[in-house]
Every structure is written in structure tokens, then in C-alpha cells.
Ligand binder design. Structure first.
Ligand SMILES: Cc1cc2nc3c(=O)[nH]c(=O)nc-3n(C[C@H](O)[C@H](O)[C@H](O)COP(=O)(O)O)c2cc1C
Length: 194
């Protein structure tokens, strides 16, 4: 398969960047081809502008959006890597999701969250988070993210097989971070066909 990894982090030495690298290492190790969309390094503009509303109304999408769509078109599987910010996505990948997966290209209805205009792809969200997993579960944050992303977003984009891996304790000890990086590697190794 061809695997696109989309990273939102401005620091190449960040934990998130290391997660993206390990995910790609795992995918390469089992014979997949890999491609990285390093949104900050590439200067992707996340701002939703009037040009995007034109695209959503059936007009031509802006050139930067079309470039991202071409990248997606090549991919059979997509890994999204970003740190959890206020129980959501940081701004650059949020803008990438909003702008690139636009109405008329990604989806054209809202009734059925499993229906997409895109061909089926495998999707994995690798999300470093400072919080502990038990805290996130007991307080409902894990379920909220599963609902918002797995149930309510990525099916519209054609992510036929999809899963969320919150990498809890990303700011913790070295052994903890090493274990999380191994999980990222295994996520690349075990990518399923869509
Ligand atoms: C603005 C901001 C908001 C954050 N919000 C959350 C949050 O809601 N939940 C959480 O578990 N961690 C949160 N964190 C912690 C980050 O997820 C953590 O610092 C990150 O995963 C570390 O990875 P990095 O080194 O790649 O940035 C937040 C950090 C920042 C800077």
C-alpha cells in the first residue's frame, strides 16, 4: 500500500515528529511505500477563506487544497499525527481537515457517516496526549474523541477501517515515551488493507 502520514508539529525534534517517523518506519518495514505531509514545514495555510466556501459550493478548490487532494488520491492508508490540544486537534491539521476534505470531493451528504465520495482507505490517528488513559476514560474524554472523530468525521472521508490511538503520557518518562514510540511503529506494521 501507499501510506500518507500527515504531521502537525512545528518542531522536528518533538515527540509527535518522532511518532510520525516510527509509524513510517513500521509501514516501510512491511513493504509499504511512504510519504510525509509535514504541514508546518511545508507552510500549509489552515485558514478557511472565501475561496474555500466557493469550493464547497461546487466551484474549483484553491491550488493548495488541490495539491493535498492529489496526495490523498495516491494513498491507500493515511496516518494523522498531532498532539492533543484541549481535547481536539491543533490548528494546522484542523484547517487541513476542514479545507482539504471538502464538500463535493470528500462527501456530499450528512445523513450517513459511513458514506463517502472517496474510495475506501485505512486511517489511523496517532495522538500524543499529556493525560493518563485512566483519567481520559473516567472523565469521558476518550469516548468524546471516539464519537467526534471515529463515528462523526472520518467515515465521511472514506476511512473504511479506522482507529484512534491516543498515546497517553507523552510528556512522561523516557521508558514511557519509548513504549509509545513502539506502539507507533506497530501501528505502521499492522496497517490493514482498506
Ligand atoms: C495548547 C496545549 C493544549 C494541550 N491540551 C491537552 C489536552 O487537552 N489533553 C492532554 O492530554 N494534553 C494536552 N496537552 C499536552 C500535549 O498533548 C503534549 O504536550 C504533547 O502530546 C507532547 O507532544 P509533543 O512533544 O510532540 O508536543 C496540551 C498542550 C498544549 C501546548
Amino acid at each position: 500500500m501507499h501510506v500518507l502520514t500527515v504531521l502537525d508539529h512545528p518542531d522536528p525534534n518533538s515527540f509527535s515528529a518522532a511518532v510520525a517517523r516510527r509509524f513510517m518506519d513500521g509501514a516501510s518495514a512491511v513493504g509499504h511505500t511512504v510519504e510525509l505531509a509535514d504541514l508546518n514545514a511545508e507552510g500549509f495555510d489552515p485558514r478557511w477563506t472565501d475561496a474555500d466556501t466557493v469550493a464547497n459550493g461546487g466551484g474549483t478548490a484553491p491550488a493548495d487544497v488541490r495539491r493535498e487532494q492529489e496526495r490523498i488520491a495516491r494513498a491507500d492508508a493515511i496516518g494523522l499525527v498531532f498532539p492533543l490540544f484541549w481535547w481536539g486537534m491543533p490548528s494546522v491539521i484542523k484547517g487541513w481537515v476542514d479545507r482539504v476534505w471538502c464538500w463535493g470531493w470528500a462527501y456530499d451528504q450528512l445523513e450517513d457517516p459511513e458514506k463517502s465520495l472517496q474510495r475506501p482507505r485505512t486511517g489511523v490517528l496517532l495522538v500524543p496526549a499529556g493525560a493518563r488513559s485512566d483519567e481520559m476514560e473516567t472523565q469521558g474524554y476518550q469516548a468524546a474523541l471516539e464519537t467526534a472523530w471515529i463515528k462523526g468525521t472520518f467515515g465521511y472521508f472514506g476511512f473504511a477501517k479506522r482507529r484512534l490511538e491516543v498515546l497517553n503520557g507523552s510528556t512522561g518518562s523516557e521508558p514511557r515515551r519509548k513504549a509509545l514510540l513502539e506502539r507507533a511503529y506497530q501501528a505502521g506494521v499492522t496497517l490493514e488493507k482498506p
